[in-house]
Ligand binder design. Structure first.
Ligand code: 2BA
Length: 109
């Protein structure tokens, strides 16, 4: 069994979950925050048997879009006095960021 940890954008999370549920997968949704943009995203935990792994990842890939976002990350300027100025930068976020772990044991009690 594999554990898929998928970080997706909030806008895509309902579609991904519906896609997974309708194909018989189980998933857990966590409300998370991206370290760079400091804005909300969604982390999905999904345990799948190895023979269904590719199918499960394909559903996540299909339902997630990449989007451009503007971040106003504070930029510290070194002058005689330290100044922090907002500096807009554009980044591309997602589709999905996926980590895959091998599961040693899985059971319910
Ligand atoms: P955030 O950390 O908010 O990052 C949002 C987007 O900002 C990233 O999109 C990337 O395009 C950009 N970005 C992130 N860190 C950057 C940096 N140090 N310098 C310049 N640009 C940077 P994605 O790569 O698609 O990541 C989307 C979200 O997935 C991230 O949100 C984070 O929550 C998670 N993530 C991505 N890579 C990760 C990793 N290696 N470990 C843990 N979480 C990760």
């Amino acid at each position: 069994m594999k554990l898929i940890i998928a970080i997706v954008q909030d806008e895509d999370s309902a579609k991904v979950l519906n896609g997974l549920m309708s194909e018989g997968y189980s998933a857990t949704k966590l409300a998370t925050t991206g370290g760079f943009l400091k804005s909300g995203n969604t982390t999905l935990l999904c345990g799948v048997e190895e023979n269904r792994f590719d199918h499960c990842v394909a559903i996540i890939e299909k339902m997630c879009k990449s989007r451009r976002q503007i971040s106003t990350t504070p930029l510290t300027m070194s002058t005689s006095i330290d100044m922090v100025a907002p500096y807009p930068i554009e980044v591309t976020v997602g589709g999905a960021t996926i980590f895959v772990l091998s599961v040693e044991q899985f059971f319910k009690v």
